[in-house]
Design a protein around this ligand. Structure first.
Ligand SMILES: NC(=O)c1ccc[n+]([C@@H]2O[C@H](COP(=O)([O-])OP(=O)(O)OC[C@H]3O[C@@H](n4cnc5c(N)ncnc54)[C@H](OP(=O)(O)O)[C@@H]3O)[C@@H](O)[C@H]2O)c1
Length: 234
């Protein structure tokens, strides 16, 4: 079991990219970190890297599109901790971009299941471990902004992140009485497998606001869309 005062965090999609960097930064701050993703080999390699730096972390295999694996991960987690302080819904996909009219039903279902419903079902499943002061962070994108966007670029992805922001707003309202805060984050355009080599931000910067929301942001902030530690319009 976790030391009594140690903060705990579960991060989805944490075997690489922004999720892994977030795990690294929170691990360095003394959090007990649970990294999750589909690929177990990559997950165990990621955990090994953090353990070598003296961090307290574990990998739990979980596919956010498969409710049975989310439930198994919850069972595993509830055997090793008494409470979860922070849930970071970071796992996401951005399939090769095509215009909305060429997006197949299979692609659309997969992207909504991963980027929108995955975070919702993960939050619902892990909530019994969360208490007053808990924090849920949904990693969204400015492509999901509904204001000021009239382009057909990455439309399926954009729709999934707009809907994720709606999940943030509704979950925030649903959890207000429990004192659990829920926010969306835009990490910016970040150099990862998803963002590509030409992206403007290093991964450290991409994780910065997520880490701030997980560890330091005032608990009055809920139901907001945050970029660079400041509120932006949905
Ligand atoms: N990079 C950017 O420029 C950028 C910009 C705005 C927003 N974002 C958002 O930031 C988040 C992280 O992106 P990233 O750039 O770090 O992407 P990435 O490098 O491609 O990493 C994605 C992570 O998600 C996991 N994942 C994918 N599908 C999953 C599923 N069904 N279940 C569980 N895990 C799954 C992957 O591991 P497995 O394949 O092993 O499962 C991997 O760990 C995403 O939500 C993305 O939309 C990124």
């Amino acid at each position: 079991m976790t030391e009594k005062n140690k903060k705990t965090v579960l991060i989805t999609g944490a075997n690489k990219g922004i999720g892994f960097e977030t795990a690294k930064q929170l691990g360095a701050m003394g959090f007990e970190v649970f990294l999750t993703a589909r690929n177990k080999g990559n997950g165990e390699t990621a955990v090994m890297k953090l353990k070598r730096k003296g961090m307290d972390c574990k990998f739990i295999q979980m596919d956010v599109t498969e409710i049975s694996t989310i439930r198994i991960a919850y069972e595993v987690l509830s055997k090793s901790i008494e409470h979860l302080d922070v849930l970071i819904n970071n796992a996401g996909i951005m399939p090769t971009s095509s215009g909305l009219l060429d997006t197949t039903p299979a692609v659309m279902h997969n992207i909504i299941n991963t980027n929108t419903l995955g975070p919702l079902f993960t939050a619902q499943t892990f909530l019994p471990l969360m208490k007053k002061g808990g924090r849920i962070i949904n990693v969204s994108s400015s492509l999901g902004k509904i204001s000021g966007h009239a382009s057909d670029y990455a439309s399926a992805y954009s729709i999934s992140k707009t809907a994720l922001n709606a999940v943030t707003l509704k979950l925030s309202a649903a959890l207000k009485d429990k004192g659990i805060v829920v926010n969306s984050v835009c990490p910016g355009w970040v150099r990862t497998d998803m963002g590509g080599k030409n992206a403007e931000r290093p991964v450290e910067k991409g994780a910065e606001t997520i880490v701030w929301l997980a560890a330091e942001a005032p608990l009055e902030i809920t139901g907001k869309f945050i970029r660079d530690m400041k509120e932006i319009d949905f």
